[in-house]
Design a protein around this ligand. Structure first.
Ligand code: NAD
Ligand code: DAU
Length: 352
C-alpha cells in the first residue's frame, strides 16, 4: 500500500510525513518541487527509511506524475503542494496560478487516468484528497458565525482565489467524472518547520534576533489557530473515513487577534529565553502598513468533522504555542539554515 503526497517537504506536508511514518508501515512517495518553501532538512529523519521515497519534481509535470502513479500505484493522492503565502501572492501572483490552478489541474488529470485504469476493487478505494484553506470563504465580520462547509466562496487575495479555483476543479472532477475526491478547508496552522515568513515563526525568529516584530495595521485581525499535528491527524481521519465528494472544515476553536498572539509569544519568550538586557520582548513590537485587501477575520465551524468523523483537535492554543516556541528554541540550527539560505545551497548541489 502506498500514498502519493505532494508538497511533503513544506511546512504541513513534512509534518504529515512525520505523522504518517510514525504510525504506519505504508510507503509514502513524496513529490515536491523544492521551491523556496520546500526543505529536505525537514525530512532528514527519514533519509534512510525505505518507506519514504522522495522525488524532486513539479505537480504540473504530467509525464513525471504519470510515471510515479504507474510505478508506485498509490491508493491515494494527498495534495498539499501549493504556493501558500498571501503576501507573496500580492507581490507576484503568477506562480500561484501556475501551481495552485494549472498544477492542480494537471495532477487531477493524471490521477483520473490512473484511477480509471485501476481494477474495480482498487478503483472504489482510491482517494484524491485536496488540502485547501478557510481563506476561500473570504472575511467574517466580528459578529458573524464561523465558516461552515456550505458558506459561499468569496476569496479576496490572489492566493485564496487560486485555491478557490483549484477547489472548484476538484469538485467538478467528482461531479463530472465521478472521481473519489475529498476536500479539506483548514484554518491557520502553526508548529515545527513553519517557514519564518508567516506570522508566528517570524515573530519568534525576529524576537530572538532583536529585530522589530511587524504588526500589520491595527493588529486586530483574527485568525483561528490550529496546531499542525492536529491538522495532520484530521487529514489522516478524512482519508480513512471521509465520504467522497464531501468537504470538511478543520479548525482549532482558537480565534485570536494577531496582537494577542504576538503578546503571548513575547510573554512566553520572556520566561523561556529572557532578553540579555532584562527588558520585555514586547518592546520590539512595531506597527507597519497594512496588507492590501487584508481579511479581517477567519473562524472555522469544525462541527461537521467532529460529528461525522469523531475528530477534534488535541491541542489548545496555550499548549500548542508553548510547544512551538520550545521547538524553535531547540532547533536554532534549522532556523539559521532557513534564514541564511543554506538549505537552498544543499538543493543546488544535489539537484543542480
Ligand atoms: P508551504 O509553502 O510550507 O509548502 C508548500 C510545499 O509545496 C513546498 O515544499 C514546495 O516546495 C511545494 N511546491 C510548491 N510548488 C510546487 C509544485 N509546482 N510542484 C511540487 N511541489 C511544489 O505550504 P504549507 O503551509 O505547508 O501548506 C500546504 C497546503 O496546505 C497548501 O495547499 C496550503 O494552501 C494549505 N493550507 C495551509 C495552511 C497554513 O496555515 N499553512 C492552512 C490551510 C491550508
Ligand atoms: O487561513 C489559512 C491560511 O493561513 C493559509 O491558507 C495560508 O497558506 C497561510 O499562509 C495563512 O495565511 P495568513 O495570511 O492568515 O497567514 P500569515 O502568517 O501570513 O499572517 C497571519 C496574520 O498575521 C495575518 O492577519 C497577517 C498578519 N501578519 C503577518 C505577518 C507575516 C502581521 O501582522 N505581520 C507579519 O509580519
Amino acid at each position: 500500500m502506498t500514498l502519493l503526497v505532494t508538497g511533503g517537504a513544506g511546512f504541513i506536508g513534512s509534518n504529515f510525513v512525520h505523522h504518517w511514518l510514525g504510525q504506519s508501515d505504508e510507503t509514502l512517495v513524496n513529490l515536491d518541487a523544492l521551491t523556496y518553501a520546500g526543505n529536505l532538512g525537514n525530512l532528514a529523519r527519514w533519509t534512510r527509511d525505505a518507506r519514504h521515497v522522495f522525488v524532486k519534481g513539479d505537480i504540473g509535470d504530467r509525464a513525471l506524475v504519470d510515471h510515479l502513479l504507474h510505478a508506485h500505484r498509490p491508493r491515494a493522492v494527498i495534495h498539499f503542494a501549493a504556493e501558500s503565502h498571501v503576501d507573496r501572492s500580492i507581490h507576484g501572483p503568477t506562480d500561484f496560478i501556475q501551481t495552485n490552478v494549472v498544477g492542480t489541474f494537471q495532477l487531477l488529470e493524471a490521477a483520473r487516468a490512473h484511477w480509471m485504469g485501476l481494477a474495480d476493487s482498487d478503483r472504489q478505494g482510491f482517494r484524491f484528497l485536496h488540502v485547501s484553506t478557510d481563506e476561500v470563504y473570504g472575511s467574517l465580520s466580528p459578529t458573524e458565525a464561523p465558516f461552515t462547509e456550505t458558506r459561499a466562496f468569496e476569496p479576496n487575495s490572489p492566493y485564496s482565489a487560486s485555491k478557490a479555483a483549484s477547489d472548484h476543479l476538484v469538485r467538478a472532477w467528482h461531479h463530472t467524472y465521478g472521481m473519489p475526491v475529498l476536500t479539506t478547508h483548514c484554518s491557520n496552522n502553526y508548529g515545527p518547520y513553519h517557514f519564518p515568513e508567516k506570522l508566528i515563526p517570524l515573530v519568534i525568529h525576529n524576537a530572538l534576533a532583536g529585530k522589530p516584530l511587524p504588526i500589520y495595521g491595527d493588529g486586530q485581525q483574527i485568525r483561528d489557530w490550529l496546531y499542525v499535528q492536529d491538522h495532520c491527524s484530521a487529514i489522516a481521519r478524512v482519508l480513512q473515513a471521509g465520504v467522497t465528494g464531501q468537504t470538511y472544515n478543520i479548525g482549532g476553536w482558537n480565534e485570536k487577534p494577531n496582537l494577542e498572539v504576538v503578546h503571548t509569544i513575547c510573554h512566553l519568550l520572556d520566561q523561556m529565553r529572557p532578553r540579555n538586557d532584562g527588558r520585555a520582548y514586547a518592546e520590539q513590537i512595531t506597527y507597519v502598513a497594512d496588507r492590501p485587501g487584508h481579511d479581517r477575520r477567519y473562524a472555522i465551524d469544525a462541527r461537521k468533522i467532529e460529528r461525522e468523523l469523531a475528530w477534534r483537535p488535541a491541542e489548545s492554543f496555550e499548549t500548542g504555542i508553548r510547544k512551538t516556541i520550545a521547538w524553535y528554541l531547540d532547533h536554532q540550527d534549522w532556523v539559521s539554515d532557513v534564514t541564511s539560505g543554506a538549505y537552498r545551497q544543499w538543493v543546488d548541489q544535489h539537484y543542480g
